[in-house]
Design a protein around this ligand. Structure first.
Ligand code: ATP
Ligand code: MG
Length: 371
């Protein structure tokens, strides 16, 4: 039988597949303990959900009630309510009370049973009007007050709440609950920095100055040691240098580090060197080639050229030499293209003027591979 691969990627990790961040975990928990709402910012695939689950474990050990609401795919208040109810189902005794007190006849059991074996519920057709749905969201939140415990409400990818076309109703409702529910504290996570910054710093936003914003830290040198120890588990020798190179190429994104290492481990190699790293990266870039191609095709010619310039040159992007080399008519055209690429979320600003960063390091490697 093939041995188990010591690396995992693609979905949140825990246990031996998780490299702990004890100091950061403690830091977040101390804000939560003092009822300071926290926004956890981290780029995509950087380990936000894994960290939230790790915090949940620690908090539950100390008898807090931890509720994780996944709003990634919501498009309406109705979807939000469904996700809210779904997040409560594992808290069985409480969910029963909530059903009896608040939801009553408004819920009906559905035929499906979810993966943990609990019966699913859906809203009764008589109570699906927008007014009922809004009332139920408010009543469900208000019921948290009855819980005789510290409650942590985590909302992953919470910028979605601000992107509903609802004139800010859900965001305003959440803000009211954040202030009103004295036994509850909120932990939000998000990956779009500009959206988050606007939510927290814009005076017209219901979340204005309501939360402490914390950046996911880049893992330290001990992450390299951890990776090496995982390879060792599979009987594969590995030094620090190739892993450090890998980390640099993928901007320290844990998901891509684990994905590349997964591929190397599955190749039955004896030793990891730079050639293995490059070949693993080529493999994982090619696995995304289809979506990168469609993304690339949706861009204008100048945006495509601007991306090539940014992928290959890194510094002094606006120099005459580069503008000529990449056949861009002028510096203002380059500026406009970069601006629209930032708006599309493909490039991120950096603190250094004249530099940009790719949102997805694999997309950068893909662009570099043909230019
Ligand atoms: N602390 C960690 N230790 C080891 N690997 C990690 C860690 N955090 C994240 N990873 C890697 O990153 C992958 C994605 O983790 P996770 O889903 O928690 O990230 P995320 O930031 O929530 O991603 P998304 O942006 O897709 O929501 C995991 O499958 C794992 O390979
Ligand atoms: Mg996540």
């Amino acid at each position: 039988m093939a041995s188990t691969n010591p690396f995992r990627y693609g979905s949140p990790v825990e246990g031996e597949y998780y490299f702990p961040l004890p100091q950061f975990n403690k830091n977040i928990r101390s804000y939560l303990d003092n009822r300071i709402h926290v926004v956890l910012y981290g780029p995509r695939r950087f380990g936000k959900t894994s960290l939230i689950l790790d915090i949940a474990k620690e908090e539950e050990k100390e008898s807090a009630v931890f509720i994780l609401i996944d709003v990634y795919n919501i498009t309406s208040h109705w979807d939000f309510l469904q996700q809210l109810l779904r997040s409560l189902r594992p808290k069985q005794t409480w969910f029963k009370k909530l059903k009896d007190k608040v939801l009553g006849t408004k819920l009906i059991p559905t035929a499906d049973v979810d993966p943990v074996g609990q019966i699913s519920f859906s809203l009764h057709p008589d109570f699906r009007s927008e007014k009922d749905v809004k009332e139920l969201i408010q009543d469900t939140f208000a019921s948290f007050n009855d819980l005789d415990a510290k409650v942590i409400i985590a909302i992953d990818e919470f910028q979605k709440i601000f992107q509903l076309n609802d004139s800010g109703w859900l965001a305003t409702t959440m803000r009211t609950q954040m202030q009103g529910l004295k036994n509850c504290v909120f932990l939000f996570s998000g990956s779009q920095k500009s959206v988050l910054a606007d939510m927290l710093n814009n005076q017209n936003s219901p979340f204005y100055k309501s939360c402490m914003i914390l950046d996911m830290p880049n893992p330290g040198d001990d992450f390299t040691d951890w990776i090496i120890s995982r390879f060792k588990k599979a009987g594969i020798k590995c030094a620090g240098q190739p892993i450090n190179e890998l980390r640099k190429l993928v901007y320290d994104t844990p998901n891509y580090i684990q994905q590349a290492c997964y591929h190397i481990s599955s190749q039955n190699v004896e030793k990891v060197d730079l050639a293995e790293i490059r070949s693993a990266l080529r493999t994982i870039v090619s696995q995304s080639a289809f979506s990168f191609e469609s993304l690339h095709n949706s861009l204008t010619l100048f945006q495509q050229r601007a991306l090539r310039l940014c992928a290959n040159e890194e510094k002094a992007l606006f120099s005459k030499e580069f503008i000529d080399k990449y056949q861009i008519p002028s510096a203002p055209t380059l500026a406009t293209s970069i601006k629209s690429l930032k708006l599309r979320g493909l490039l991120d600003p950096t603190p250094n003027p004249g530099q940009v960063k790719f949102e997805d390091p694999l997309f950068k490697l893909w662009i570099k591979s043909f230019s």
